[in-house]
Design a protein around this ligand. Structure first.
Ligand SMILES: C[S@@+](CC[C@H](N)C(=O)[O-])C[C@H]1O[C@@H](n2cnc3c(N)ncnc32)[C@H](O)[C@@H]1O
Length: 351
């Protein structure tokens, strides 16, 4: 699919994707970061972005003034269309905050079905700060992750072990300085005549247990020095830290946003890359209908996915185009990113 950037109101644009472009059921991943009902005007100044509504010299990027039930209804209308656009293996990640997020969760349960709820991810967004109101300072926001159906695209992400993890999970060191741990070579459950109940070095598995692999594999592990024998003759399998591809990613993420964003509320590109790698494939299309600076589109482009971006703010579209252009000129890998269709459905263009 050809990449597409739409300038205009996203409700209209989503209808256009469904009705004129025939894209029902063809989007594998939606990431959206809609306004959070903060009651703020977000401005762009010459040097950097500002979230201060009275910033001198800044021009309005977008206004986040819809609140309460009106805001929930605003989102619901769009989510219903987004669900239609999602493929059967598609997923949606909705970035919100802890003030409004719980209401959004209830509404998303209704639209996508609570059985398709996957995660409520806490995203650490900034460094600890002093907070002068009575209460704990807020350093996280939330990302609600739903799939369209039972079997979404899922490429298990892995996170590198920290030095502390390595010390805890791989407490031993061999003669070459490699960190390792050991695990039993047997597991619960007896097999009567199977290959995992035969004798290994004159030993049977302990009562009520079976070898985790067949005896030939145990022999081969022993020959390769992959079994550690205790002083009383008990073998355990050696697992090296440097042979594991990291640990499973949990539902607390630390991806702080850029200190000098090109647009207010620009999101961390590494976070978007992780979401895209995990929940889409090379031939997938990624959609962001609140695309702001184009951070999702840039990450999708970098990872070789097709993308569709929508935003009603002229400032956002200008910034996204500039960012995509800069990416394309900074690396040969990005050559194709100039290859997108630009569609303007904003009121100005219709007058
Ligand atoms: C929080 S920002 C998104 C920032 C983006 N994730 C980034 O990394 O740059 C929300 C964006 O939604 C856009 N927006 C708000 N309401 C919209 C609507 N009804 N249609 C299209 N865009 C909308 C705003 O113009 C703003 O750019």
């Amino acid at each position: 699919m050809k990449n597409l950037l739409i300038k205009g109101e996203n409700l209209e644009a989503l209808k256009l994707l469904l009705e004129e472009r025939g894209l029902e059921g063809s989007i594998d991943l939606v990431y959206i970061d809609p306004p959070f009902a903060t009651g703020t005007d977000f401005k762009v100044s010459l040097n950097r972005s500002s979230t201060v509504s009275s910033a001198n010299g800044g021009s309005l990027a977008y206004s986040d003034k819809i609140k309460g039930s009106e805001f929930i209804e605003f989102l619901r209308e769009r989510l219903i269309l987004l669900k239609r656009l999602l493929s059967e293996r598609g997923s949606i990640y909705l970035h919100t905050d802890c003030k409004i997020g719980h209401y959004v969760k209830v509404m998303m349960d209704e639209v996508f079905g609570i059985e398709n709820f996957r995660n409520d991810i806490s995203r650490i967004k900034c460094n600890p700060k002093n907070f002068n109101r009575t209460g704990f300072s807020n350093i996280k926001d939330m990302i609600l992750f739903y799939s369209k159906a039972k079997n979404p695209i899922w490429n298990e992400p892995r996170q590198d072990y920290s030095e502390k993890d390595k010390e805890k999970l791989f407490p031993k060191t061999d003669s070459q300085g490699r960190r390792y741990t050991t695990v039993p070579i047997h597991a619960p459950g007896e097999t009567k005549n199977g290959r995992s109940s035969q004798e290994f070095k004159g030993m049977k598995p302990p009562a009520g247990r079976h070898w985790r692999v067949d005896v030939q594999t145990l022999e081969s592990w022993d020959e390769q020095g992959l079994l550690e024998w205790s002083s009383n003759g008990n073998p355990r399998k050696i697992i090296y830290a440097d042979e594991k591809d990291g640990k499973r990613v949990q539902d607390i993420w630390e991806f702080k946003d850029p200190q000098y964003p090109t647009y207010p509320t620009e999101k961390n590109s590494k976070m978007l890359e992780m979401i895209i790698k995990t929940s889409s494939l090379k031939n997938s299309t990624v959609l962001d209908c609140f695309c702001g600076s184009g951070s999702t589109l840039r990450a999708a482009e970098k990872l070789g996915r097709s993308w569709i971006g929508i935003d009603s703010s002229p400032q956002a579209i200008e910034t996204a185009q500039k960012n995509l252009r800069e990416d394309s000129s900074s690396t040969a890998l990005f050559d194709s990113c100039s290859m997108y269709e630009m569609l303007d459905i904003s009121e100005q263009s219709m007058v």
